[in-house]
Structures are given as structure tokens and as C-alpha cells.
Design a protein. Sequence first.
Length: 59
Amino acid sequence: MLQYADGTIIVGLQAILEAYGSDGWELVGLNPDGYQAYPGFGRWDLEPRIYRATFKQPA
């Protein structure tokens, strides 16, 4: 989910990539930024919950 300052909300990675791509931005990185832990079978499992996307505008 991405929320702009004007209140517009975009949900879903594909929609976010399309929105930035149509404005001329290029995705250069997509890294996990937050994790969620949940109990598994005799252990705790971790999975990414939040991702940080890094974009740049081509020169």
C-alpha cells in the first residue's frame, strides 16, 4: 500500500510499479524492511511484512 500526501492510496506491488513507471521512475531495489514472526512447528518462522522500494529517474 502506498499513500500519497493528497490522500490517494495505491494497493498492490503491480499497481505501485505501474504508477511510478508511468511517471518515468525506474525500480532499482526492493528490500525487506520489516518482519513478522509467527509460531511454526517447534520453531518461530519469520517472513517479510514490509518492503522498501528504491526508485530513480533515468538521466
